[in-house]
Write a protein that binds this ligand. Structure first.
Ligand code: ZN
Ligand code: ZN
Length: 167
């Protein structure tokens, strides 16, 4: 929590506050995604305007966990750059969801901003084709996957020909 009143911002005044905000692991699709560093150094910028305050939040972190398609290790670098506006005497639409009275819930804001900044899918590599839903084998783009057909290993062919020739 950051007490906005204690900062006593005058219009035109800009304050920057450096915070290490903990980001516990995220759970998506029943899988755990770890945030690195676990408490990214976050810059909160507050700019006073007549009757209100502009708020900006910036930090960067790596989020890693299983690939959405193949469950291999995957990681994304996320740059968060979020902004809010709050006007205490303004209407509901001018109230930030993260301000209650004089308190800015910067932890909740940072958490939401991290989730919002994530790509729709976390993949091991952009072209990951995932796993075959029938046999679980890794699929490769541009490589024909023959599924359900009996695999013939050339070593078995050799063994069979030996048997047949009676050696
Ligand atoms: Zn993958
Ligand atoms: Zn298959």
């Amino acid at each position: 929590m950051v007490d906005l009143r204690a900062l006593d911002l005058r219009p035109g005044e800009v304050r920057r506050v450096a915070l290490d905000i903990p980001q516990p692991p995220l759970w998506m699709g029943g899988q755990e995604y770890v945030v690195e560093p676990p408490a990214p150094s976050t810059e909160l910028e507050l700019q006073g305007v007549p009757g209100g305050v502009y708020l900006k939040l910036r930090f960067a972190a790596d989020v890693s966990g299983p690939c959405f398609r193949c469950l291999d290790d995957a990681a994304v670098h996320v740059c968060v750059d979020a902004s809010e506006y709050h006007e205490p005497a303004g209407g509901e639409e001018l109230h930030s969801d993260y301000v209650e009275g004089d308190d800015l819930d910067v932890e909740a804001w940072a958490r939401d901003a991290l989730v919002f900044a994530l790509p729709p899918k976390i993949l091991c590599r952009p072209e990951c084709a995932g796993l075959c839903p029938r046999c679980g084998e890794r699929l490769e783009e541009g490589v024909e996957h023959r599924c359900g057909e009996e695999e013939t290993d050339p070593r078995w062919d050799k063994l069979r020909s030996w048997r047949e020739s009676g050696v």
